[in-house]
Design a protein around this ligand. Sequence first.
Ligand code: SF4
Length: 228
Amino acid sequence: MSANRNSVEGQVITGITKLSQFLRTAQWRSGSETGLTPTQMQLLRELAAKGPMRIGALAEAIGVAQPTATDAFEALRRKELVEKKSDPRDGRAVAAAITRDGHKKLRSSDNWADGLTAAIGGLDQVDRSGLLRGLTKIIRGLQVQRAIPVQRMCVTCRFFQPNVYDDPAAPHHCAFVDAAFGDASLRLDCGEHEVAPESQAEAAWRRFAPATGAKNVDASPAATSEAP
Ligand code: SF4
C-alpha cells in the first residue's frame, strides 16, 4: 500500500523524512567533530544506555547487520572507547562494553540533537503528549509488521497498566516504579522494560488504544513474544 503524497499518511511520511534529514545531518556534523561515524556513535549511545551486551543484540538494537556492528565495534576498540567483557548474563560469553573514555566521548557530543530538543521543548503539554502517543502507536505498528525488532516501550512491557485511573493527566500505572503516569511520560526505550506475556500485551494494547487495538492485535502475538 503506497501513501498518496497529499494524504495524511503521505504528509506524515514527508514530515518524518524531514526530521530524518535533520538527524542525519546533525549526526554527521557531530561525527566530524568527534571523529566517529553515525553508526559508531549509535553503538556508543546504546552501550551507555543499556550496559554490556553481545554484538548480535547490539546490532539488532541499533538496526544494522551484525558485520556492520562488528566493524564499528572494532573501530571503537582501536580508539579504546569500548572493550570486551564477560557477559553479566552468561559469564562464559563475551559482551561489548563502553569504557570510561567512551563515556567521556559521548558527553562531549551530547548536544548533537539540540535543535530538535529545543523544537520539541517549544510544544505545549497537549502536543507533546499527543506526539509521544502517536509515535508509540506508529512504532508498535512497525513492530507488528515485523519491520523493526520488539522495542523496549511501555506498550510491550509487563509492568504497563494503561488507563487504570480516572485522572486524564496520569491514567496509566507503571508497576515497576509503582506510580501513575500520563502519555507525556510514555517510554519508547526503557531500561527497566520486560516483555509482557502475549495475552497481557494484547489486553493492555486494547485498553491503551481501543479504537485501533483490534486492527493490530492479530499480528501481535508473534511480535511480542521475542525478547527485546
Ligand atoms: S518499566 Fe518502563 S517500559 Fe515498563 S511500564 Fe514502566 S516506564 Fe514503561
